[in-house]
Design a protein around this ligand. Structure first.
Ligand code: ADP
Ligand code: MG
Length: 480
């Protein structure tokens, strides 16, 4: 019996057609193939596992890095009338968590953070489930050390083994060959052959501009007053995000707020909701904002500071124009802006020195210093104490990551200083073969000018509809 996937899509999810890549991923999974899917932001990657979960018997486990993402997915599924969905993470209290664990088999979709997944009681329960599909969402996180260091990701293979290697899907929007290799190593270590569904990172509806300027504040305000639409401004630090927010408040009457990791989870969640609901025009944010955010009509992403890598830059600008309508990514660059990242790199060097010194202290002394370390350093030390690695191995990894970050920053600077097409630069960096050239509204190096392009961006979908109606009316008048 052949299954009509389109019909199911229509009946269960209310969509008329698949978005690029979705059907391929679903077909691979239905053929019992472990799959790595690299599809641009907004393609509807979640639908792939939601869909398969409806067809294969058993539970779908989704490992997801952020609380807000999990909540978002729970709501998405509930809206479709899908039942038995739960997010298992640190936001549940003791009793809620135990209720969930005691009724584990009645859930169809379990969204879980890597940290919660590693807890012994959770692992024992999961190992007893019949798992239809094991999903690692935002799979590029497996390869991140630095600020987002999540040692739990490196233990995913243990969980998969405990569950008897269920059918596995890894999802991400950005993967350079290096990151891809790391995903394969961490998520598919047990597999000789996996299916890869990989689509271009190129987002044709996002015009790309780098504005080299010494007057970033003035330029920013000038852009904002002309854009008159919803957007995100990325800053490298919490302090800058707050400062930029203040400047915009002083200089314009736009509704703006700042968002960063220093805010409480509930404050962040509220801001995200307000932004999605159009109660805010602008969010001035650090890179803590945006992963998995489902707002279709973000018209612009402006980088007030130099991003630390092209990988992150592409992820961040990808939050613009998910509805496919004309949008813009503007990077403001003042010579030397990258120095903020050298500062972060120095910090990471200091980490290495500190860890080395600590390891040479007697155990009691190590324990007494432990509380004074930051969260990340504590995780490293805990791994060392648990004998997951020696201090030399840890230092080596940190050093390797430091070098990688330096290289990534160099690539970012090459992008900024690129003399030719920026879109081509990005596609080549991601090792894409079929580079799309000569598209309309490409980048500043291909002749895209903000002044000419802005009218297309500010025109909201509503206005487009109205103008189409006007055209129709005119045609009718002419015919009469
Ligand atoms: P991604 O994880 O790839 O960034 P999401 O899974 O969050 O994207 O989905 C983005 C949006 O696309 C959601 O609102 C989802 O309902 C919608 N979507 C998914 N599949 C389709 C489809 N086939 N047709 C139309 N909209 C879709
Ligand atoms: Mg997603």
């Amino acid at each position: 019996m052949t299954i009509n996937l389109e019909q199911i899509l229509q009946e269960k999810f209310g969509f008329t057609s698949f978005k690029p890549g979705q059907k391929e991923v679903i077909e691979q999974l239905l053929n019992n193939q472990d799959t790595l899917a690299v599809l641009p932001t907004g393609t509807g990657k979640s639908l792939c596992y939601q869909f398969v979960g409806q067809l294969i018997e058993g539970t779908v486990i989704i490992v997801s890095p952020l609380l807000s993402l999990m909540e978002d997915q729970v709501i998405q599924l509930q809206k479709k009338g899908v039942t038995g969905v739960i997010a298992l993470n640190s936001s549940l209290n003791f009793f809620e968590k135990h209720y969930v664990l005691n009724h584990f088999e009645k859930y169809n979709y379990i969204l879980i953070s890597p940290e919660t997944l590693m807890q012994k009681e959770v692992r024992t329960k999961i190992a007893k489930l019949k798992i239809a599909l094991f999903v690692v969402d935002e799979a590029h996180c497996v390869s991140q050390w630095g600020v987002d260091f999540r040692p739990e990701y490196s233990k995913l293979a243990q969980i998969q083994a405990e569950c008897g290697y269920p059918l596995t899907l890894a999802l991400t929007a950005t993967a350079t060959p290096t990151v891809k290799k790391e995903i394969v190593k961490q998520v598919f270590s047990h597999q000789k052959k996996i299916s890869e569904v990989i689509y271009s990172v190129n987002r044709p509806n996002i015009g790309m501009i780098v504005d080299q300027t010494t007057e970033k504040e003035t330029s920013l305000i000038a852009y904002l007053t002309q854009l008159k639409s919803k957007g995100i401004i990325y800053c490298a630090t919490r302090k800058t995000a707050e400062r930029v927010n203040r400047i915009i408040k002083e200089e314009t009457d736009l509704q703006t707020a700042f968002y960063h990791g220093g805010l409480s989870a509930s404050e962040r969640s509220l801001l995200q909701q307000q932004f999605v609901a159009n109660e805010l025009d602008i969010l001035c944010a650090t890179n803590a904002f945006g992963m998995g955010i489902d707002k279709p009509d973000v018209r612009f992403v402006i980088h007030y500071d130099c991003p630390d890598s092209l990988e992150n830059y592409v992820q961040e600008i990808g939050r613009a124009g998910r509805d496919g309508l004309p949008s813009v990514a503007i990077l403001l660059y003042r010579n030397g802006d990258e120095s903020i990242h050298y500062y972060f790199q120095t910090e990471s060097r200091l980490d290495r020195v500190l860890l080395n010194e600590l390891a040479n202290l007697p155990p009691k002394k190590q324990e007494s210093i432990f509380p004074s370390l930051n969260e990340l350093q504590q995780k490293w030390v805990q791994g060392y104490w648990a004998k997951e690695y020696t201090i030399e191995e840890l230092e080596e990894t940190l050093l390797r990551k430091e070098k990688e970050r330096q290289q990534q920053l160099n690539v970012m600077l090459s992008y900024i200083k690129e003399a030719n097409c920026r879109r081509t630069f990005i596609q080549q960096y991601f090792s894409e073969k079929n580079v799309e050239k000569n598209q309309e509204n490409c980048c500043d190096k291909c002749g895209l000018s903000f002044d000419n392009y802005k009218a297309q961006i500010v025109q909201s979908p509503k206005e487009i509809e109205i103008s189409e109606q006007w055209e129709d009316i005119l045609i009718r008048l002419f015919k009469e």
